[in-house]
Design a protein around this ligand. Sequence first.
Ligand code: CMP
Length: 138
Amino acid sequence: MMEQTLSIIKPDGVKKGLSGKIISIFEENGFEIKALKKVHLTKKQAEGFYCIHKERPFFNSLVAFMTEGPIMPMVLSCENAILKNRDIMGATNPKDAKDGTIRKMFAESIERNVVHGSDSLESAKFEIPYFFNVFEIL
Ligand code: CMP
């Protein structure tokens, strides 16, 4: 089934100049980039995006990290995009990520893990319109 998922290159990935490499990995793996922008989230915007994690002990630190510099959200599309993107990103904790995955190659820690990807269809339906309106998804 054709699906769309939200991917974000996080502040660590943007700062290290990894955005081109990461976008290439997505394209080489058959994803179409339907939308892409660079934004610097406010504290409120980051809190809203990660509201499902608001009770977690790492929430404040995660919000501080996600607002420390610009991020690059994008909409990726292909067959089974949500699961496929999660495979390519690798596990949340880079120590558990398989060789060849983005997080294994580039992530520093479970928090500073370079990329975000929607974890379900339900999440994608919340996350995509958080950053893009219908006219921006081509
Ligand atoms: P992400 O896929 O964007 O979803 C939530 C984010 O919270 C996650 O990637 C990490 O950046 C961060 N995160 C998840 N678990 C932890 C943790 N145990 N400690 C710190 N940060 C975490």
